[in-house]
Design a protein around this ligand. Structure first.
Ligand SMILES: *Cc1c(COP(=O)(O)O)cnc(C)c1O
Length: 424
């Protein structure tokens, strides 16, 4: 290890890794810059190998709600490491996690831990199909549910900026049971149910969409999904991989007061380690092997280090309910400042600690209105932010994440830089 710059590391990386990265959005292709290679991060700040210290609003794409390297989490992780990294056998922490989940998110009566959000959604869909004995699912254009074959249809963010809505390598046969509706459009859902009254196993939705930029559900939309799924004997799956433990301790389902049949979690639930979870109604979850006939397994699932990080994070969140008020206030401050400074050049969608600045002039309520955004203007904004020490997503279609570690001086500096950008 030497003191190589981001440019040098990127050149090496591109030779041996697709796009030089292990996940596409990191490559900065949508904004035409060299990705920053990160050396370390602490609290609200992230430092690249070039020595730039930036205020981080990516927060690892969601997990970092407490900020980086939270001492309470690190302590638990370090202690867990001393006891061995993995056993492939049950541990007390997994039981504690399942109990805590059921307490914080009451619909999670029975749950299973996996290693990523992708695994969680893929498995939840399998359970829904096994339980209902139906094959079709409805997803929404612009909602992302990980990269499993059947869900990689009209999936937002990375797919949006590279203009490849679907992926090569996914046989049409694998997605023929994936029906696509429009977010916030009840009629589009109704029509799919009317055309397929007995064959839809589930509707899967991001209760607040955050992978086409942040798009809030319109009043009554989630309630409608709850009702129509019941009416047709289908299950409602909330993909809370982003919203879980972020909008509220009980996720979007607590925030909006709607109880889904199944839910999926990721990101925050791992506290910075690779964890996902799916679960829900007991009668449905009893379908999962070895209780039932839906097979799903994982060598590292419920990993002792990952559960230590996740448990520590959830407990800190659970013991500090004001945290969600603080997060909302800070984020709303930024949102308001941008609205004022931009004089209508952008639309800001914000809820809790999630927000997006869309470079467009109409309301953003679905995929079409999000996709109208001027991605070149976003790239320009992004470059300015980066050059002024504000680390935001290198894509118009990703959320800005605020953490509890963002202090008032971070927020004020961020607002100042944004004002400078929009007023220049
Ligand atoms: C990130 C994300 C996923 C996928 O999670 P991974 O851990 O990246 O596999 C699924 N659903 C939503 C809503 C997400 O934001």
């Amino acid at each position: 290890m030497t003191d190589e710059t981001s440019k040098e590391l990127y050149a090496r990386a591109k030779l041996r890794m697709p796009g030089g990265v292990n996940s596409p959005v990191r490559a900065y292709q949508a904004v035409g810059r060299t990705p920053r290679f990160i050396k370390s991060a602490s609290g609200s700040h992230i430092t690249d190998v070039d020595g730039n210290e930036m205020i981080d609003y990516i927060c690892s794409w969601g997990p970092g709600i407490l900020g980086h390297a939270h001492p309470g989490v690190l302590k638990k992780v370090k202690a867990a490491c001393d006891d061995g990294l993995t056993y492939g056998a049950p541990t007390e922490r997994e039981v504690e996690m399942a109990e805590l989940l059921a307490r914080l998110v009451p619909s999670m009566e029975v749950s299973r831990l996996v290693n990523s959000g992708t695994e969680a959604t893929m498995s939840a869909i399998r359970v829904a199909r096994g339980y209902t004995k139906r094959d079709k699912i409805i997803k929404f254009r612009g909602c992302y549910h990980g990269h499993s074959d059947g869900l990689l249809v009209k999936a937002g963010s990375a797919a949006l900026t590279t203009s490849v809505p679907d992926s090569a390598g996914v046989p049409a046969d694998f997605t023929k049971n994936t029906l696509v509706a429009e977010y916030n459009n009840k009629d589009s859902v109704q029509a799919l149910f009317e055309a397929n009254p007995d064959s839809i196993a589930a509707v899967i939705v991001e209760p607040v969409a955050a992978n086409m930029g942040v798009v809030l559900p319109k009043d009554g939309f989630l309630t409608f999904l709850r009702e129509i799924t019941k009416q047709y004997g289908a299950l409602l799956i909330f993909d809370e991989v982003i919203t879980g433990f972020r909008l509220a301790l009980g996720g979007a389902q607590e925030y909006y007061g709607i109880t889904p049949d199944l839910s999926t979690f990721g990101k925050i639930i791992g506290g910075g380690m690779p964890v996902g979870a799916y679960g829900g109604r007991e009668d449905i979850m009893r379908m999962v092997s070895p209780d039932g006939t839906v097979y799903q397994a994982g060598t590292l699932s419920g990993n002792p280090i990952a559960t230590a990080a996740g448990l520590a994070t959830l407990k800190i969140l659970a013991e500090d309910r004001d945290i969600y008020i603080r997060l909302e206030e800070k984020t709303a401050q930024i949102a308001q400042a941008v609205r004022e400074a931009s004089h209508g050049r952008v639309v800001v969608n914000q809820i809790g600690s999630l927000m997006s600045i869309f470079f467009t002039d109409g309301e953003v309520t679905d995929y079409d209105s999000a996709a109208k955004s001027d991605t070149k203007a976003y790239a320009d904004y992004f470059g300015f932010m980066l050059d002024h020490g504000i680390y935001v997503a290198p894509s118009q279609f990703e959320a800005m994440f605020v953490s509890d570690a963002h202090g008032d001086s971070d927020i004020q500096k961020t607002i100042h830089v944004m004002q400078e950008y929009f007023e220049s």
